[in-house]
Design a binder for this molecule. Structure first.
Ligand code: CMC
Length: 421
């Protein structure tokens, strides 16, 4: 018979802790009443072994390399759906029928324009400002322009708020890029679907109209789908944590964007590119491998390793395959792809990487694809944010739809004991 409780003995006293099981067989011990009953807390810095919520959105098996949104394998989703359909799936827990999809697309179209006054903000950021910082600032600023942004109103209008965010962030991202290259902004067009609209805002210019390439639009859909959710990662945890204080959705998402910008998280896609370029210049893969292995050196092989995946990241597998196909199709020979592959192969011969299960993650090959479709390097993490939006909003929605408490971990105090002044 399966155990319903775990027994914990502390100082001779036995505590019965309920065992929880997920639909895919994941097991946990519920310690939520442990402190009240025993005065002990669980200690798990960086939450590597802590389940913080029940969630029905995304399933990962880090040992087998499985990633599913709402039960569907990521490989099937990228093959058969567009990003907007996957966003709907994440948000509403079902695949949209044609009428629902039309309604959702109409809402995205309706909200693609930002308040015109917001556009002037772009003129005040210094040239060369990091686009992720601009994006986070602008998303936070949305809460000053749009009424009824308190958590309760947003909960009631979540469809509208989600559509506005998913649509406007795309416009903000493209405007930030245009500003960074000193070109006039291009407004969204109602006749273009989500990804084509984004590429048009990025690359259309008064002197050279943008001609959407269906293959590139398909690749962009794939990239955004692959990034759309990844359960309780750092930025999603930030969203759930900030959101638990009933902060409005825009400010909550802004916090997620800031968390994602870190080089250990989404910012790794840009860092990978910089690393590959340095290797290209110096021509020495071995040196970087040695540095990555050296515990006295803070350097890490960017785009490698993952808290959850102890095998090949399934997103990286899709990206690697697509990378080859796309470059061939666009007739691009990118030396950085050769270096990336050489680097990956070299790690497979090194005990250090084998023993620690360090394989390429989602950020390793994505940059080479972004580069091939013309996305500049400092926009890579913005692209990640664009893809991750439906995930962040779905987690926020899931949290506010359930009874929840403010997130508030405890600590073990190790400072000075009481002393006199
Ligand atoms: N290069 C060299 N060594 C590494 C790397 C790496 N990229 N990643 C992990 N290690 C080593 C680490 O030094 C440690 O060794 P030891 O056991 O001897 O102390 C061991 O592997 C375990 O690493 P960890 O730091 O305990 O693992 P973590 O789960 O805390 O960190 C990670 C996960 C993704 C932050 C880390 O692997 C890393 O820094 N990778 C490089 C940055 C990166 O690519 N980030 C993108 C992650 S995927 C997309 C996303 O989430 O945004």
């Amino acid at each position: 018979m399966e155990e319903k409780f775990a027994k914990l003995i502390i100082e001779g006293k036995e505590y019965k802790l309920p065992i929880i099981k997920g639909t895919e067989g994941e097991k946990a011990i519920d310690i939520s009443t442990l402190r009240t009953e025993s005065s002990y807390i669980a200690f798990d810095p960086s939450f590597g072994n802590t389940g913080a919520c029940f969630s029905k959105i995304t399933y990962i098996d880090g040992e087998k390399g499985i990633l599913r949104y709402r039960g569907f394998d990521i490989e099937d989703l990228v093959e058969n759906l567009r990003f907007v359909e996957v966003a709907y799936l994440l948000l509403y827990a079902r695949l949209p029928n044609p009428k629902q999809l039309q309604h959702f697309s109409d809402m995205l179209t309706e909200h693609s324009l930002m308040h015109e006054d917001m556009r002037h903000f772009f003129d005040r950021f210094p040239r060369g400002a990091y686009p992720m910082s601009i994006l986070a600032t602008m998303v936070n600023a949305l809460s000053t322009f749009y009424p009824n942004v308190d958590a309760q109103s947003m909960k009631e209008n979540v469809g509208r708020s989600a559509a506005r965010l998913i649509s406007i962030v795309r416009t903000l991202a493209a405007f930030a890029y245009k500003r960074s290259v000193g070109e006039p902004v291009v407004y969204p067009r109602n006749d273009l679907e989500y990804c084509a609209n984004f590429m048009n805002m990025m690359f259309d210019s008064p002197v050279k109209p943008y001609e959407p390439d269906p293959e590139i639009i398909k690749i962009l859909n794939m990239l955004l789908i692959l990034h759309a959710d990844h359960e309780q990662n750092c930025s999603t945890t930030a969203v759930r944590t900030i959101g638990s204080a009933n902060v409005n959705l825009y400010s909550t998402i802004s916090a997620g964007i800031n968390a994602l910008s870190g080089p250990l998280h989404g910012g790794a896609n840009q860092a990978v590119m910089q690393m590959l370029k340095r290797i290209e210049k110096g021509g020495d893969i071995k040196k970087y491998l040695e540095r990555a292995k050296d515990k006295k050196d803070s350097f890490r092989l960017m785009g490698f390793g993952h808290r959850v995946y102890k095998t090949y990241d399934p997103r990286a597998a899709v990206l690697k395959k697509s990378c080859h196909k796309l470059l061939k199709r666009l007739k691009i020979e990118d030396p950085l792809l050769d270096i990336a592959m050489e680097l990956e192969e070299a790690t497979l011969r090194e005990d250090y990487f084998i023993e620690r299960n360090l394989y390429p993650n989602v950020d390793f090959y994505s940059g080479i694809i972004y580069r091939a479709i013309g996305i500049p390097e400092d926009m890579f993490t913005v692209m990640f944010a664009l893809g991750r939006l439906p995930g962040w909003i779905s987690h926020w929605k899931e949290m506010v739809d359930q009874p929840h408490k403010i997130v508030r971990p405890r600590q073990i105090y190790t400072g000075k004991r009481k002393r006199k002044l």
